[in-house]
Design a protein around this ligand. Sequence first.
Ligand code: 7TS
Length: 408
Amino acid sequence: MINPILIRSDFPILSRTVNGVPLVYFDNAATTQKPTSVIDALSNYYLTINSNVHRGVHRLSMEATEEFEKARISVAKFINAKSSRSIVWTRNTTESINLVAHSWAKKNISKGDKIVVSQLEHHSNLVPWQQIAMERDAQLVIIPISDEGVLDLSNIDVLLDSSTKLLAITHISNALGTINPVKDLISLARKHDAFVLVDGAQSAPHLPIDVQDLDCDFFVFSGHKMLGPTGIGVLYTKEEILLDMDPFLTGGEMVMQVWDQKASWNDLPMKFEAGTPNIADVIAFGSAISYLENLGMDNVRKHEIDLTKYALEALSKIDGLNLLGPCDTNNQAGVISFDISSIHPHDVGTFLDQRGIAIRTGHHCSMPLMHRLNLPATARASFYIYNTFEEVDKLVDSIVGAIEFFGK
Ligand code: 7TS
């Protein structure tokens, strides 16, 4: 069981005020707040072991390397990867996807191949595939959605067939919270020998993840959406695939031998980590993983289901508010998008900010989804471990206030 009141005391920022009232932070799908243990891990690194990794025989470098690699092992365990050699550090989800596009797709996607994505993708899991499709003369196929923002799989056997080389799909929609049936889709892709990339930016922070059980080839996520610092992302890849991929960036650290005219590549995962990495943030991300593991990811999910159910019920009673997405916690994460026909989402966001409530408004980097919903933007509240039912009450009351203020 999660007790958000206890958890809140670990997050100094949550005791600040905004516009003279306590902060209510409901923009967790964009980035989460950081507990003291993560902030301390960052400063402790600089205070006690600051040095470069993988290259020094001196004590500080050895200690930094040990902490840096310990974080990699923690992340591998967190998603149940077979080996920490499968974990490549990147800057964020976006860079992880671009790494796959550059190092795997350019080599493996050819003219006429299909790349299948969905209508729910964040631009990060769409634009790189548009680029590859154009460059390789491949076909980009989009799985449509219902009006409720759920994948429409009625035609999936036609969309995902033997000419499919890659299925690149989000696990959870950042804009609507829809949880996609990725395991079923991966089984289907396997039948056609297609590779699968799962965008886990919104799932790794909120659900237990088991990459071996999912049997995906690539799984990508960002540290900053799960209590960690910005500037750290993860690319999980099955080891045999990673071995066969070309380097992304070249230079120091990623090489084994260098001669005048050529070079050979380092072992995994270093082959994909050119230059000095983001050492402090990796180590602090390790602390974030420990924090989540102590809570238990099943408990994290349960708390978000409770909050989401509570919020959906209250919001559904507001006259003039249109809830978007599945509105069913069986296939919806702690993300609630809504539209109030009489008020532009940005005005809703500004009104809520006056009351200390942080939500996101806009297209959520999912413009094709907004086109499908026929909306320029939505207002989105997204929850995490430290959010309370009282905060949901404040959100609901303030939305009612906004509707009264702007008039129906
Ligand atoms: N994929 C999904 C599903 C996301 O939600 C995001 C970020 C990304 C990829 C990109 O992650 P990044 O760390 O590389 O930026 N989503 C959001 C959001 O919903 N609001 O701000 C960022």
